[in-house]
Design a binder for this molecule. Structure first.
Ligand SMILES: [Zn+2]
Length: 99
């Protein structure tokens, strides 16, 4: 089976690819987040505890958490990017420029 995968920034490497594949197969390639607008088809992997929250750990522990299947779940691109964008609500500012 050939799967084309977009390469995520900063997440390269054999270990990450293995963990990611494992989680996607475990979750049946179905998105586990189900946020509004979810496409349902998981192509990405989301961290349950965001890595941004576990700063300050030593690199070995950080890596372990980053690759821990218990801390990973399958996500579609929509949900993944929604969460990855941070917890700020998406606010589109319409600046009306008056001439
Ligand atoms: Zn989704």
């Amino acid at each position: 089976m050939k799967v084309t995968q977009p390469r995520g920034p900063g997440r390269g490497g054999w270990a990450w690819r293995q963990a990611r594949k494992h989680v996607l197969e475990r979750d049946g390639y179905r998105c586990q987040l189900r946020l509004p607008g979810c496409t349902g088809r998981a192509v990405a992997v989301d961290h349950v505890v965001p890595l941004s929250r576990i700063r300050g750990l030593d690199p070995a522990s950080y890596r372990q958490i980053a690759l821990d299947p218990q801390n990973l779940r399958a996500a579609c691109t929509h949900c993944n990017s929604t969460r990855g964008a941070g917890r700020r609500p998406k606010v589109v500012r319409v600046v009306s420029s008056r001439w």
